[in-house]
Design a protein around this ligand. Structure first.
Ligand SMILES: *Cc1c(COP(=O)(O)O)cnc(C)c1O
Length: 224
């Protein structure tokens, strides 16, 4: 097995074990390989290793890779990074899922592309975070705007665990926010949480979409 195949297999094994500990079915958990900074060839290698969901956090880089790999038509591109509304329309052309919806202007810009996009509302789990996200108090209002849009579907909530806090405690708060959102839209029960260092904790708190970079890809190159 190549290094990539081994890392994909190792992460799948760890996801299965965490799901078993949580008493959850592994089939309800989607592992997204975050490929930012890596070349399109790495995405092809991941595809060969069975990965069908990849995540990117910068529009220009993502757009170029998606254009290079249009032949992989059952590959789903997820946009996970902070998004400027002026770029959102273009992101909707290749990303079927956007995890970082955190402002009205992003909702409106994505909707204006007239394409179906699944959306996670990104929640700021700590007030002194600079990682994006809407405050816990504003999540419902923003979720309602997604639901009221013409082309977007609300999938659920997303967050990055704040630095300096035990991740499981943060993910437990996200789960509470998720429960509130399902009272607005019962189908919006997905939770995008968990990265290389904390996906087991996220699974214990109900994560359905893991965004895993380095544990799968190895270290990121310093520049793309
Ligand atoms: C880069 C990134 C990840 C993956 O991070 P790793 O620590 O490499 O697993 C997950 N989510 C977002 C939003 C990212 O930007």
């Amino acid at each position: 097995m190549s290094g990539i195949d081994e890392r994909v297999a190792a992460v799948r094994e760890q996801v299965s074990r965490a799901a078993a500990r949580a008493g959850r079915a592994v089939e309800e958990i989607t592992t997204i390989a975050v490929t930012k900074f890596h070349p399109a060839s790495l995405v092809s290698d991941l595809y060969a290793a069975g990965i069908r969901d990849v995540g990117e956090n910068r529009h220009q880089e993502a757009e170029a890779k998606a254009a290079e790999l249009t032949g992989l038509d059952d590959l789903t591109w997820h946009f996970v990074g902070q998004l400027q509304s002026k770029k959102a329309r273009r992101v909707a052309r290749y990303a079927r899922v956007v995890h970082s919806v955190d402002r009205d202007s992003v909702v409106d810009a994505l909707d204006s592309a007239d394409l179906p996009v699944g959306c996670f509302v990104q929640v700021a789990l700590s007030s002194d975070e600079h990682r994006g996200g809407v405050s816990v108090d504003d999540v419902e209002r923003l979720a309602e705007r997604v639901v009221a849009s013409r082309h977007l579907s609300l999938l659920g909530v997303m967050a990055v665990a704040p630095l300096g806090e035990e991740p499981r405690a943060a993910f437990a708060r996200l789960r509470t926010v998720s429960e509130r959102i399902t009272t607005i839209e019962p189908s919006a029960s997905s939770i995008s949480a968990g990265m290389s260092g904390d996906f087991a904790e996220a699974i214990l708190e109900g994560a359905t979409h893991l965004r895993i970079g380095t544990a799968i890809t190895g270290n990121r190159p310093a520049t793309p």
